[in-house]
Design a binder for this molecule. Sequence first.
Ligand code: KIV
Length: 271
Amino acid sequence: MSTHTRDKRLTVPQLVAMKDQRRIVSLTAYSSTLAKVIDPLVDFLLVGDSTAMVGYGRPSTLSMRLHETIAHTRAVVDSTRLACVIADMPFGSYQESHEQAFRNCAQVLSRTGCAAVKLETNQALAGTVAFLVARGIPVMAHIGLMPQFVNLMGGYKAQGLTEESGRTLMADARANLEAGAFSLLLEGVAEPVARAITAASDKPTIGIGASPACDGQILVTEDLLGLGGEHVPRFVQQYADVAEVIRHACTRYAEDVRDGVFPSLQHCYGV
Ligand code: KIV
């Protein structure tokens, strides 16, 4: 098992300095239970707005609320001590104005202790990124396939497949780097475009369904564990079938209870 030899929580500047040194490893976490296990294995943990789908069983990420982001991020920060924790700002919490974005991001940072926020952004929202960074809020810029734009896209569509889309993505990347984003998260981006953005960027790129050309990778943890249900994207490699492990253990438990072989309280407390 490979763990990182670190005894303190990774900071945003340390994450940035990993570009061209070694690949960055990251996963999502929403709960204390999983965060504790994953903490020593990754460089950063993202409390993604995918919580809405994976944690609450809702149809998209659009329903994620700020108070939910705060509660889940707080749980992850409180349960970990090594990974840099980044909170994903929910739909509607930062798009209205620079001031709204600052107010909500500041609340997330101050009430959870996380190190940074992630925003789904493009050229039009780069001004918001600049406003936040100038006021002390580190921003990871999520470009490419942006799930919060699902209604505009008419589904979850890979990006950068045409020359025009590739040019738009390059411009999105440039605008957000110039705005001060400390990293770019590329979701569902065609390999040649992901490679070109990574080569042109002095900040690390983190890919999800964006090829190995990126400086690091992220996956939704439940997807690689076989707990993702019907929403698992095709590019995800499933490393375990935890759903089957749970089913097996719970079936045995149910059988024990029905058979009356459940350990008695007297047995547990030695009375
Ligand atoms: O919400 C999320 O989990 C994400 C990842 C898919 C990158 O944004």
